[in-house]
Design a protein around this ligand. Sequence first.
Ligand code: SF4
Length: 159
Amino acid sequence: MKLLVSSCLAGLKVRYNGTDSLDTTIRDLVEQGIAVTVCPELLGGFTTPREPAEIVGGLGDDVWSGGAQVIEKSGRDVTDMYRRGALVTVELARKHNATHIVLKEGSPSCGSSFIYDGTFQNTKQSGYGVTTALLRREGYEVLAEHELAEWLQSKNFRA
Ligand code: SF4
């Protein structure tokens, strides 16, 4: 079993606002060499801190079909950077022979069951982000952090 996990879940301060989203189980899996970290937004060329961004006009899949864009709060279209980060993430998943992926819920890159709706009003909608969409299209199972404990239990795995 080899996991690819969001860097912010492992405790790296790479979120747009310079914080992390530490999940101690995920950090332990990284320390044990079972998981490797990835941050699609940094791979796409962003730095930390950066402006918050949301998908406008659709969901992660729509960004790939050209029907939606990723827009920063001040209005800059950063769709290409989000796509680039997703493509490099898929390359890394292949390189590390990742069997499963655990990404931070809610992010326009990493969200797997909800993202924000593009209004910057803190309003959630069902759907997934740009990187998750590409990983799923490539056949990877993508979980959110809150699904990990049950999933590990189903595999009789103790971190
Ligand atoms: Fe975390 Fe993903 Fe956002 Fe990077 S792109 S900070 S890994 S949620």
